[in-house]
Every structure is written in structure tokens, then in C-alpha cells.
Design a protein around this ligand. Structure first.
Ligand SMILES: [Zn+2]
Length: 363
């Protein structure tokens, strides 16, 4: 069985209002799950709107991350208070936690992304972290959320940094799926890869305009947020686990192992991982196109104020054995790095990172 998409998707301005009658058909006591104080007002609106549908909503916040501590605490709260669904309203961590908790308690999940930072509102996947944000594992879920509400009015209120992060994460789909899955003899997987190429082109065309432009009458913004939050999810849905992530996410997972005072967003780290993946392809697979892709991506990443080196993520790889730590985690047995069609050893990662961080990247 392959979970492809949420059962119902509401999108656009007024998506939330449209979704309310549908939601109230299958839940009486929804638990609204959130995290950030900056989205408190939106979650408060969600609470009031659900109440006005004659429902009995409750609220809970993640204290740390999509981590075991928060997951068990929220699960207990749901069981104790007989909540019968989860409305996960927030960024990727909240959406992942909401999906994971709903599935383990077998209650429906409604995802309400409050930014375009990831496609987690769509996918049947949850990434589990430690309370400090270190990646542990990803868990494949049996189904996508029951309802996805992609309300543009909510997403408009998110900081532009989260949009840049979503763009970097969505761009990675093409570079990762095309290298890991291009030889898979399955039409649906091939079509998913093609969609991810169109998605990349759309982001290269519209990304900067979306990031810098005003929202009203800005089709670039609309195209871009839907590319990041919906199309990227669709690629994961129809491509399935065969349409896999590769080095960019493996390196992301490794970088999260190093705890830094300033937290960076998922896509911000994936973007750096993507540049490193392309460097690896150039070095190990003699891929001449990889260097051109790096140059093309760097132009967009600079326009979007995205970090382009591990140093810009607040980590000096030449201190505290950081480079070894990143290389070890990247090359661990279960890592996605091994989906690459060529062999990767720890020393390759050390070399590529050392080389990359020493060069002052200029465009
Ligand atoms: Zn991602």
C-alpha cells in the first residue's frame, strides 16, 4: 500500500473557512497542536472557529521538537481528555508530531501548515528528533493526513525566511530523486521525478519574486508556496519510498547532530547539504553538470538570503572534530547517502566538506 495524498485538500484564500464544516463532520473534540509563540494568534483563531462549529477543542504545544518527550506527553493528554482528532497547526516539526501522534492513537489528523517551509502537511512521513533537535530517524506512516488545509491567509503571515527554507527543501527533490531513482523501471516514479524537475524550474523562475514581492496579486508567491507545500508533497506521494532522498538530506541529518546556539530551519540546512551533494557528484561521479547546477543554485540561494556553507549555519567544521562527526553520521549504515549510485566513504565526506568550507564561495 502506498499513501499518495491527503484524503481532502483545501487550498487558497478561505481554505480554512471552507474546511470547517468538513472537519466538524468527523470530530467533536479536536486537539490543536502548535509550538511557536509567533503563531499563537492564528492558533487562537483556529480554536475559536472550531468552537463556533459547536466542537470542544483543546490545545497543546510542543515544548521542544518532534521528540519522544513531547510525543508521549501529548499522547497522554489526548487519552486523558478523550480528544478524537489532532489539528496540527505550525511548521514541519508540529505537522510531523501531529501526524505521528494521530497515527499511533488511530485518530484523524488535520494538517494546517502556517508557513511554506516544508511539505510535511502532505506527506505520510514523520521525522523524529531529540529534544535538542538532533535527527534520529524518519518514520513512514500508513497514511497521509485526513485533511490538509493550505490557507494562504495563514501562510502570508509567516516570515519570509520560512519561505526561503521551503524553496531550498523543495529544490532538493529534483537533485535527490533524479540521482537515486532515474534507473527505476516504474512509470509512476519516473513521472514523479519529472514533476520534481518542473517544480525546480518553477522555483528558479518564481522563487526570488515570491520571496521579495508583495502578496497581493503576486502569482509568483502563490505558485511558490504551493510548489513548496503541495507539489513537493505530491512528488513524495507518487514517487513513494523509491523516489528517495539522497545526500542533501543525509548531510542535513548529520549537521543537526551538532548543537548550536542558533537554530536553523530544515530547508536552510538541506540547501547546504544540496550544494555538498552536487560537489560529491562532481568529485566521485565525474558529473560535469553538477558544477553548473551549483552556480545556478548559488545565485538563487544568495537572493533568498539562504546559508551556503556549514560555517554560515554557525558551525566551524575544523573545530571539535565536527567534520568527523558530520562524516560519521552521514555515512552510518542506515543513511540515505547509500542510495547514491556510487560508493561513498567517510573520507569522501571529510574531503568534500573540507574543500567546500575552505573555498570562499563566490558567484
Ligand atoms: Zn526535507
Amino acid at each position: 500500500m502506498q499513501p499518495i495524498s491527503p484524503e481532502t485538500i483545501f487550498r487558497g484564500n478561505d481554505a480554512w473557512e471552507e474546511a470547517l464544516p468538513q472537519i466538524s463532520k468527523f470530530t467533536k473534540r479536536p486537539l490543536i497542536l502548535g509550538r511557536s509563540t509567533s503563531t499563537f494568534e492564528l492558533r487562537n483563531k483556529i480554536f475559536k472557529d472550531l468552537k463556533n462549529q459547536n466542537l470542544y477543542p483543546g490545545v497543546a504545544n510542543l515544548q521542544f521538537d518532534c521528540c519522544d518527550e513531547d510525543i508521549s506527553r501529548v499522547k497522554n493528554l489526548i487519552l486523558k481528555n478523550n480528544y478524537d482528532s489532532v489539528v496540527a497547526a505550525g511548521g514541519g516539526k508540529v505537522l510531523d508530531a501531529g501526524k505521528y501522534i494521530s497515527e499511533s492513537l488511530q485518530i484523524p489528523c488535520i494538517t494546517v501548515p502556517l508557513s511554506a517551509s516544508t511539505c510535511a502537511g502532505w506527506t505520510a512521513l514523520s521525522n523524529i528528533y531529540t529534544r535538542n533537535g538532533q535527527f534520529i530517524k524518519d518514520v513512514a506512516l500508513r497514511s497521509c493526513p485526513k485533511v490538509l488545509v493550505y490557507e494562504h491567509k495563514f501562510i502570508k503571515t509567516a516570515p519570509s525566511r520560512s519561505l526561503a527554507s521551503g524553496i531550498a527543501d523543495a529544490l532538493a527533490k529534483w537533485y535527490e530523486s533524479s540521482i537515486t531513482s532515474s534507473s527505476i523501471n516504474d512509470g509512476l516514479v519516473q513521472q514523479a521525478i519529472q514533476i520534481s524537475r518542473v517544480l525546480r524550474d518553477q522555483l528558479l523562475i518564481d522563487g526570488e519574486k515570491a520571496y521579495k514581492g508583495q502578496f497581493e496579486n503576486n502569482p509568483s508567491w502563490r505558485n511558490t508556496i504551493e510548489a513548496c507545500g503541495l507539489t513537493a508533497g505530491l512528488v513524495g506521494g507518487i514517487g513513494g519510498e523509491k523516489c528517495r532522498t539522497a545526500a542533501a538530506h543525509a548531510i542535513h541529518n548529520a549537521i543537526t547532530q551538532i548543537i548550536t546556539p542558533n537554530k536553523f530551519l530544515h530547508g536552510e540546512i538541506v540547501g547546504v547539504g544540496l550544494l555538498l551533494q552536487l560537489k560529491l557528484e562532481e568529485m566521485k561521479n565525474n558529473n560535469k553538470l553538477a558544477d553548473q547546477s551549483i552556480k545556478q543554485l548559488l545565485v538563487l540561494m544568495k537572493q533568498l538570503n539562504l546559508p551556503t556553507t556549514i560555517a554560515e549555519l554557525g558551525i566551524n567544521v575544523f573545530e571539535d572534530n565536527n567534520i568527523e562527526k558530520i562524516a560519521d553520521f552521514t555515512c552510518r549504515d542506515k543513511s540515505e547517502i547509500h542510495f547514491l549510485p556510487f560508493e561513498i566513504h567517510k573520507q569522501d565526506i571529510v574531503d568534500v566538506i573540507a574543500n567546500f568550507e575552505q573555498q570562499k564561495i563566490k558567484i
